[in-house]
Design a protein around this ligand. Structure first.
Ligand code: CP
Length: 308
């Protein structure tokens, strides 16, 4: 699919399903332009608050970096010292932020689809950008993944992309499987069958890691989401790595042109051998770098929609 030269404007960014292919390509294009050093086109004074109710390093801090680079005003929010501790609901927190004049709320929350009641509210005027909803969606991670793949290959059509690991608990996998299929990639899933759901058959096929490792253009490993397993884990770290992880032996079998991805944080020596995280074919650091630029594109697109 060719890159398009079209301004993208979006009121909210909450799922990949809600974005058209043209909007996705427009955001990637804008992220690449920001990386080249282009400046933003924002006409208004704007206020942004990052409200993280689940832990984060990359998403939280790269949104902050994107906001600083765009010259936006940041309103600090720390769930641990807020009135959440007095029983304030998410709805009432965002209602308050909106009433104070915050234009964009970037939110991470453990509840799947938390954003729906906020978007549907007739009183909340702030735009919502989803920084991850439980095991639901992670659109800004998906967009930075797409930007990284596009920079490497210049296309999605016909690429063989493997997503391996904790699929059922991963919001990254849900966002990526949807959009990658729509953009024409061939998807393959690998990892434990207990972390695979029948509904994923609509996007690709479940294969053995050893079958796909030599064929894939992109090998995307997912973090084992211990915090969502309720203490029930059937693998030792060593067994998981041996059966489903990227070992040195599997890395050596990857195509020379293939790339290794992971949304991070990586459980080193579980999903990926420690020394491979920064190996020549790894794009994990580039994913983090691209996260700043694609999040600049998201924020600019939302502010442009609010100004129009
Ligand atoms: N990839 C990702 O979402 O990382 P954080 O949880 O650190 O934000």
């Amino acid at each position: 699919m060719p890159i398009i030269d079209e301004k993208v404007s979006l009121q909210h960014v909450v799922t990949m399903e809600s974005l058209s292919n043209e909007e996705v390509m427009g955001l990637i294009e804008r992220g690449i332009a920001f990386k080249r050093g282009e400046t933003a086109s924002i006409s208004q004074t704007a206020y942004v608050s990052n409200l993280f109710f689940e832990d984060s390093t990359r998403t939280h801090k790269s949104f902050e970096m994107a906001e600083l680079r765009l010259g936006l005003n940041m309103i600090d929010f720390d769930a641990k010292t807020s009135s959440v501790n007095k029983g304030e609901s998410l709805y009432d927190t965002i209602l308050t932020m909106s009433a104070l004049g915050v234009d964009i709320c970037v939110i991470r929350h453990s509840e799947v689809d938390y954003y729906q009641e906020l978007i549907d509210s007739p009183t909340i005027t702030a735009s919502i950008v989803n920084g991850g909803d439980g095991s639901g969606q992670h659109p800004s991670q998906s967009l930075l993944d797409l930007m990284t793949i596009y920079e490497e290959f210049g296309r999605f059509e016909g690429l063989k992309i493997m997503i391996a690991g904790d699929l059922t608990h991963s919001r990254v996998a849900k966002s990526n499987m949807h959009i990658l299929k729509r953009l024409g990639a061939s998807l393959f899933f690998a990892g434990p069958s207990e972390w695979y759901a029948e509904e994923f058959d609509a996007y690709g096929q479940h294969v053995s890691l050893d079958e796909i490792v030599e064929q894939a253009d992109v090998l995307m490993f997912l973090r084992v989401q211990h915090e969502r397993h309720d203490g029930n884990e059937s693998f030792s770290k060593e067994d998981y790595h041996r059966l489903y992880g990227l070992t040195q032996e599997r890395y050596a079998r990857m195509k020379d042109t293939a790339i290794l991805m992971h949304p991070a944080p990586v459980n080193r020596d579980v999903e990926i051998a420690d020394e491979l995280v920064e190996a020549p074919q790894s794009r994990i650091i580039r994913q983090m770098q691209n996260g700043v630029f694609v999040r600049m594109a998201i924020l600019e697109a939302v502010l442009q929609a609010r100004a129009s």
